[in-house]
Design a protein around this ligand. Structure first.
Ligand SMILES: Nc1nc2c(ncn2[C@@H]2O[C@H](COP(=O)(O)OP(=O)(O)OP(=O)(O)O)[C@@H](O)[C@H]2O)c(=O)[nH]1
Ligand SMILES: [Mg+2]
Length: 388
């Protein structure tokens, strides 16, 4: 499997019934405005009447004259409305990675029980590691570590798993870096990017709650201007976390919205601005250009912005995630990663391959749909969960 699985009906789906279920990919617009009109036609009348503002001017020109709506929720404490999870996040991570780890554990047990270590066993192990998405470089590094000084001797499956965990941790530990906002930039602009349905908007909601808990002032910007449901989804997270949301009408230019949101966040002296973007496939040129334009427009106000460009990856995606990191990295200047859905039927091995190849910081992992289901990335736990 190399493409993301179809979206499951999550929290937002449950809240909004059928409306939240969007097609896998938005139609690629010929240009921002024409694409916007296409999407505008599909919005429901209810939403349209709530968000009526004029679309912003072309974002590369002068600052837009429109006045995006800003929803300022009552300053309710950022709290989870989710039922308390019965399992710890590590149990969920372990269950999510169960598919990868049981394949590895079973394979290792089959290969190393009552057998001497020889070239063909190591070759079979290497195949097993590659099939588990760990990548060729990583697979040969692990087999080298296991083979070293042990040829023609026995090695137990447990020892193999321990070496596997150590080698995976070695790659992941240096890149496990929390997303930090240190006050150097006001606001610290965090832009979320990624393909459709990976969990960008949900992760923004979770991050807003985290920063609010730390006592920071946070703003959100509904940069996914294509879909009414996307704007509403962010507003729901705004309500839940007590975070103001800057939003435009459906179909407005996303760069104009980004520009205006940064202006407002500056005026409000916010600590953090979380900028949502529409999901896009990395091979859609016009949509990738739109991301570049958003970045350029932000730089007109603050040349150092965006301060983080976080690529959100869906852990149920296999090899295609490597290409996502490559293309979004080049086009959108990705500075770090979040991997979501590690609580499902994850293919976590791919994160090891990505870590080995790109060495980008991994900030956090998503282990559920709730507001508290974002955890800092812990390399040792992840390695243990994978190695079984
Ligand atoms: N199980 C699980 N579900 C998640 C996680 N993160 C997000 N989801 C769900 O995944 C679905 C898509 O999440 P969104 O946040 O809408 O994804 P998105 O990247 O913003 O999607 P687009 O804007 O359509 O590109 C929703 O049903 C979320 O509840 C996670 O860590 N675990
Ligand atoms: Mg979204």
């Amino acid at each position: 499997m190399s493409e993301p699985e179809p979206k499951r009906k999550g929290l937002f789906g449950r809240l909004f019934g059928g409306k939240a279920q969007e097609p896998e990919a938005p139609a690629e617009p010929a240009g921002p405005q024409s694409g916007a009109m296409e999407h505008a036609e599909t919005q429901d009348a209810d939403t349209a009447s709530r968000d009526v503002i004029s679309p912003p001017a072309a974002a590369d020109a002068e600052p837009p004259e429109h006045v995006p709506e800003q929803i300022t929720p009552s300053l309710a404490p950022a709290e989870s409305s989710q039922p308390q999870p019965k399992t710890t996040w590590f149990q969920r991570l372990k269950a999510g990675l169960g598919k990868t780890s049981s394949k590895l554990t079973d394979g290792i047990t089959g290969l190393f029980t009552k057998r001497k270590l020889d070239a063909s066993t190591l070759e079979e192990l290497e195949d097993l590691l590659i099939q588990s998405d760990l990548g060729i470089a990583m697979a040969s590094r692990i087999t080298d570590a296991i083979g070293k000084g042990r040829f023609e001797k026995g090695i137990s499956p447990d020892e193999v798993r321990a070496i596997l965990a150590t080698e995976v941790e070695k790659v992941l530990a240096p890149i496990a870096k929390p997303l930090t906002v240190d006050g150097t930039h006001r606001p610290h602009v965090i832009m979320m990017v990624g393909v459709n349905g990976t969990g960008k908007t949900t992760t923004i909601g979770k991050l807003a709650a985290k920063f609010r808990t730390e006592g920071k002032s946070v703003m959100m910007a509904a940069g996914d201007t294509f879909r009414a449901a996307a704007i509403d989804q962010l507003k729901v997270w705004g309500e839940r976390t007590g975070t103001p949301v800057v939003a435009s009408a459906v179909g407005a230019d996303s760069s104009g919205l980004a520009f205006e949101a940064l202006k407002r966040a500056q005026a409000a002296n916010a600590d953090v601005l979380l900028l949502d973007t529409a999901g896009r496939l990395q091979n859609k040129q016009a949509l990738m250009e739109e991301l570049e334009k958003m970045t350029r427009v932000l730089k007109k106000i603050d040349p150092s912005a965006p301060h983080d460009v976080v690529l959100v990856l869906d852990a149920t995606t296999g090899q295609n995630a490597l290409q996502q990191v490559d293309v979004f990295g080049k086009r959108a200047g990705v500075t770090g990663l979040v991997m979501t859905k590690l609580d499902g039927t994850a293919r976590g091995g791919i994160l090891v391959a990505i870590g080995e190849k790109f060495k980008l910081p991994v900030h956090a992992v998503g282990v559920g749909e709730g507001v508290d289901d974002l955890q800092p990335f812990a390399a040792a736990d992840f390695a243990r969960a994978i190695a079984g």
